[in-house]
Design a protein around this ligand. Structure first.
Ligand code: MN3
Length: 390
């Protein structure tokens, strides 16, 4: 059988590296044709040697020069910036793995779908800010989105081809993050190191902070609404500390189907790459339910995790609010990672942006990007003049 050609966007990030692990294990099935990465030229150079892609893109020209000098005599073409990213996502490939972080992933998603590609989708922010635009593109062209995030891969497997009107509820599970058992006062003062210690998943920095605030589950709620055509009312978030049930779907006849498996992103990545085929797992990641022993579920505490409640409100209001939620969250998490604001400031900054937003119904990419830019600018100006104190 002909090998499927794959481009990986965000190849030096956590999901990107694990995607390349899966692709390395299935060299007879896949060929890596494109790689795009942000800042780590050294690692990208190693990935190029291992996978010999035809096209590569990096963040900017300086990084392209650095990569060229590491590779000495590169025979591949090196692109950079927005144009490079769009090129790698529309080049001669069958599958684009979009594991970029944040709204940066929007334009390459548009170009991949406009070229009728399958997008294995790990870039939830794009669906949060531009879900309607992406769904329009899916209608117009022959492209498709297969989820790659564990919860959405779970829902995808539970729903299969059952019509969406037969779905009563979807339960998105959340590990609860590092602060699940902490008191509210302690969470508010949490440090960067504490927030970066996730109990069950190994992930990139931005999503790990989003998991500590539970904003991640809020973004995933909006993502699920867009992917599966659900309303906010049809989605519940349950805390499930074991992270073995990756999500569940309750149908109108009272049957609940859940998907279980090891807590390792390589499982949903393999599913997403091969769908609808199933292949034997090449890693020793089979889940032993006897050693898991028990599965627990609890309701999230919105007092302790106000970001989740805020995201629910935004999910119900729709309009341009999700764009503001996402942009403000990206800025706030970045400031927290730079240790310029406290953990509790993350919520304050985002809710401030939501409260001061004048909603509209954006239809075009330009309108979406304008709201995104405006939100970031307002927040940056605000944090420059205000010394935030908790
Ligand atoms: Mn997830």
């Amino acid at each position: 059988m002909k090998k499927k050609r794959v481009s990986v966007l965000g190849s030096t990030g956590s999901i990107g590296k694990q995607t390349l692990d899966v692709l390395s294990a299935f060299k007879d099935d896949f060929e890596v044709v494109g790689l795009a990465a942000g800042g780590n030229a050294q690692l990208l150079a190693e990935q190029i040697k291992e996978h010999s892609p035809r096209f590569v893109s990096v963040k900017d020209e300086a990084l392209a020069r650095e990569l060229k000098s590491i590779l000495k005599d590169p025979i591949i073409e090196i692109f950079w910036g927005d144009i490079g990213l769009e090129f790698v996502s529309s080049c001669s490939c069958d599958i684009v793995v979009n594991s970029l972080v944040g709204s940066l992933g929007l334009k390459p998603t548009i170009s991949a779908l406009s070229h009728g590609k399958r997008v294995a989708f790990a870039n939830k922010e794009t669906l949060v800010i531009a879900g309607n635009l992406i769904n329009d593109l899916l209608q117009k062209h022959n492209g498709e989105i297969i989820p790659l995030d564990s919860e959405h891969v779970a829902i995808h497997q539970c729903i299969k081809d059952i019509p969406i009107e037969k779905v009563k509820k979807v339960v998105l599970t959340a590990s609860g993050g590092p602060f699940r058992t902490w008191a509210k006062e302690d969470i508010m003062k949490a440090t960067k190191d504490q927030a970066l210690k996730h109990p069950t998943w190994v992930m990139g920095q931005k999503i790990t902070i989003d998991s500590a605030t539970l904003m991640n589950k809020g973004l995933e709620t909006i993502e699920a609404m867009q992917l599966f055509n659900l309303s906010k009312k049809q989605i519940d978030v349950f805390i499930h500390p074991q992270s073995i049930v990756h999500s569940a779907v309750e149908f109108i006849d009272g049957n609940i189907i859940a998907q279980l498996g090891a807590t390792d992103m390589r499982l949903p990545i393999q599913y997403s790459l091969f769908y609808p085929e199933r292949k034997e797992l090449p890693f020793n990641l089979f889940c032993d339910l006897l050693s898991v022993g028990k599965l627990e579920f609890e309701a999230p505490d919105y007092e302790k995790f106000p970001c989740l409640k805020l995201a629910y409100e935004v999910a119900s209001s729709g309009k341009s609010y999700p764009i503001v939620l996402n942009a403000a969250n990206e800025v706030a998490v970045d400031l927290f990672l730079k240790e310029e604001i406290t953990f509790s400031d993350i919520y304050k900054l985002i809710s401030n942006s939501i409260d001061s937003h004048n909603p509209s119904e954006p239809h075009s990419l330009e309108e979406i990007l304008e709201i995104d830019r405006e939100t970031r600018k307002k927040l940056q100006d605000l944090t420059r003049v205000t010394v935030l104190k908790s």
